[in-house]
Design a protein around this ligand. Structure first.
Ligand code: COA
Length: 322
């Protein structure tokens, strides 16, 4: 028993903001952002919320899969930027979709959120606890940014991606996950401070902070290892992978991973130029781009990999069944 992706969807906020527009907000340049990251544009939520984007992506994935919301028995949302502390984004999606038969919960695995969601769904399938799952990665990271901090606010964007996944005999060939909390201090965002009658703690919102080079080193070392392990576990050759769909953090990370794996960049589709880094939404949006543009055929082998805050990372080899 494994998991098969049977439909994908995505949603982006209306407002697109290019690098030049950021030049008027922080001390940066289009040239700096493009040369260090590859990012040219990102979408920023104005009217949209994490939940509204997640619902839109979920509806598109359900349509693409040709299933009804009533068939869903599991909804998992990977997010670090839910609108509410509770109820979860997943429960809000359940309500919006009218999916009463689903168990719904959020997971925080940052940019590996979609991969962790896929692993949990597969485990539910193996345990006969579910048959049809909706996995969503949804983020409004613009609200986590300090818009005076040029080292972070230029990198991230908002959006959501989703996949409907079904218990099947074919689909996911292997799955690798890892976490390293020891080094997690390199990429953080504070939540509410303790604030009660027994402490005096002036409420102060905290924003995302990052040691960029430490995160870069982590990604470039860990991702190729995870990819190799996933391919080994799948029992296939690296050359059999048609596309490596990596978390869209930075073109330099993707180029370094491609080089270490000795694979051509043509096998690494990217959309970070248009969307920036959307954490958990990044991988499912890229998968949806590739799927909707008709670039996947039955029998194609693809690799998905996510990595980020925690640190967390995950990789999966899939054989496309549609
Ligand atoms: N515009 C212009 N200058 C900027 C800038 C910006 N947006 N952000 C930082 N700088 C400046 C720094 O202040 C620094 O200036 P200084 O030399 O005068 O101190 C200089 O650029 C170099 O900064 P540094 O942080 O050393 O740059 P870098 O080459 O490491 O590139 C990153 C920065 C963030 C692009 C790079 O470290 C990276 O890609 N890291 C991984 C980040 C990531 O992907 N995170 C998400 C993972 S899920």
């Amino acid at each position: 028993m494994t998991a098969e992706i049977i439909g994908t969807g995505s949603a982006l906020p209306m407002l697109a903001v290019n690098n030049r527009e950021l030049e008027g907000i922080v001390d940066t340049t289009d040239e700096w952002i493009k040369s260090r990251t590859g990012i040219e544009n990102r979408h920023i939520a104005v009217e949209e919320t994490t939940t509204s984007l997640a619902v839109k992506a979920a509806e598109a994935a359900i349509r693409n899969a040709g299933v009804s919301a009533q068939e869903l028995d599991l909804i998992i949302v990977g997010t670090v930027s839910g609108d509410l502390c509770f109820p979860s984004t997943a429960c809000q999606i359940q309500k919006a979709l009218s999916a009463p038969n689903a168990v719904a919960f959020d997971m925080n695995a940052a940019c590996a959120g979609f991969l962790f969601g896929l692993a949990v769904a597969e485990a539910y399938f193996k345990a006969s606890m579910a048959k049809t799952a909706l996995i969503v990665g949804a983020e409004v990271l613009s609200k986590m940014m300090d818009w005076k901090d040029r080292s972070t606010c230029v990198l991230f964007g908002d959006g959501a991606g989703a996949a409907v996944v079904r218990a099947s005999d074919a689909g996911v060939l292997s799955m690798v996950q890892g976490s390293d909390g020891e080094r997690g201090g390199a990429l953080t965002c504070g939540n509410r401070p303790v604030n009660n009658p027994f402490v005096s703690n002036p409420f102060r919102l905290e924003y995302a902070k990052m040691e960029g080079q430490a995160v870069y080193r982590f990604a470039v070392r860990t991702v190729p290892e995870a990819v190799r392990q996933a391919i080994r576990q799948a029992g296939i050759e690296m050359s059999e992978i048609k596309y490596f769909l990596l978390h869209q953090a930075n073109i330099r990370i993707i180029e370094a991973v491609a080089k270490k794996l000795e694979q051509p960049m043509e096998k690494f589709p990217t959309n970070l130029q248009k969307y920036g880094n959307i954490s958990a939404a990044s991988v499912p949006i890229l998968l949806d781009d590739i799927n909707q543009s008709g670039r996947l055929q039955k029998g194609d082998k693809i690799l998905l990999a996510g990595f980020g805050a925690g640190f967390t990372w995950g990789a999966a080899v899939l054989e496309w069944q549609r």
